[in-house]
Design a protein around this ligand. Structure first.
Ligand SMILES: [Zn+2]
Length: 121
């Protein structure tokens, strides 16, 4: 049964049933390289986002303390609510906290206005 190469889309007759790339070509290597590039680019973006948030938090709250700022203002100053690496839900008040280095943050709403709440530990 003919198969379509996962990298270039060319139809080929597989030598064994498990091959997914056309034989006698470097499609397997190219596919592996392409996957690695996607992961590398993703890691670069994640690093960039986390670093931006950390830098912003560090400027806003350099010592062990907590603060809150209008979410809109935070975003204008470079905050990205999607840049974090761990979440924890406080079940007593149903607030989700996100980690970024030695800071945790959450987005809370008061009278219809969204605030960014930050704690440094
Ligand atoms: Zn191919």
């Amino acid at each position: 049964m003919k198969k379509k190469c996962l990298f270039c889309g060319t139809e080929f007759e597989p030598i064994n049933g498990s091959s997914s790339y056309c034989p006698e070509s470097d499609c397997y290597k190219k596919a592996k390289k392409a996957r690695q590039k996607i992961v590398d680019d993703l890691i670069k973006l994640i690093r960039k986002g986390l670093y931006k948030n950390f830098k912003f938090f560090n400027e806003l709250l350099p010592s062990i303390d907590n603060t809150s700022i209008l979410l809109e203002t935070a975003i204008q100053r470079g905050f990205d609510e999607h840049a974090f690496y761990k979440t924890a839900i406080d079940k007593s008040n149903n607030i989700t906290w996100y980690n970024c280095g030695n800071y945790i943050f959450s987005i809370q709403q008061k009278n219809g206005i969204k605030y960014l709440v930050i704690y440094k530990n």
